[in-house]
Design a protein around this ligand. Sequence first.
Ligand SMILES: Nc1ncnc2c1ncn2[C@@H]1O[C@H](COP(=O)(O)OP(=O)(O)OP(=O)(O)O)[C@@H](O)[C@H]1O
Ligand SMILES: [Mg+2]
Length: 262
Amino acid sequence: MKVITVVSAKGGVGKTTLSANLASVLAASGRRVIALDLDPQNALRLHFGVPLDSIDGISRATLSGEPWQSVMFDGVDGVTVLPYGAVLEDDRRRFEAHVDHNPLWLAQSLQTLRLDASDIVIVDTPPGSSTYVRTALCAATFAVNVVLADAASYAAIPQMERLIETYAAPRPEFGGVGYVINQIDQSRQLTKDVLKVLRQMLGDKPFPGVIHLDEGVSEALACDTTLIHYDPLSQAAADFRSCGNWLMAAVDAIAVSPRNVA
Ligand SMILES: Nc1ncnc2c1ncn2[C@@H]1O[C@H](COP(=O)(O)OP(=O)(O)OP(=O)(O)O)[C@@H](O)[C@H]1O
Ligand SMILES: [Mg+2]
């Protein structure tokens, strides 16, 4: 099992969109892929056609002691979806206290799924530092840090780097972090300038790619599906595919030599 944890210091940069489309790309290549939502917004499932009124998910299952297998959905594109679930405020706080008490909660819960070595779990997280990000980084084989080509994202990069250094990097099975720059609009001079600065800042750090700004992304979500499914010939779908292929090669290399990819 390879766990790809998708994080960002800032909110609204496209983590959930990227998680869903990467899951779709990797499933299309024949891998078993689980898209796991660790964000109380419970939005990842919306990309996979899980019914809007469904309240099931890992938060409720954890609190009630039910196996995660009972809250798995068969999503579009052959992706298995583990939603966060819908919980009342008191239950959410109980769940967070439970996770906070044991940072290895996610890693241990994933073990109960008895996945094969080649199976991939993509974990979507809320922005910034939280108990969710901590447990997701403690389970990660690889982290994907999503940024926008803007000054605020640029300034926030060190914050997420510190979290990754603290929770993921010390573990021998952690393979490294890759940066994805989302919502690129090459017609804007500011985008070009920030992109240049970002590339300089990232230097030789692994760089799965850029994703172009594409209105098909929100149209796909409105149709309860991924862009890969909705408009496979679009520029952003091609970007997601190349990012997914880069990532698959990166996580597969980790089994051979854990520290070679970063
Ligand atoms: N490449 C893109 N082109 C156009 N719109 C995009 C792109 N990526 C994401 N979006 C849009 O940006 C908005 C935020 O995306 P998303 O919900 O995936 O971000 P997020 O980082 O998961 O947010 P949060 O921090 O709240 O969890 C959504 O409306 C989404 O449709
Ligand atoms: Mg999100």
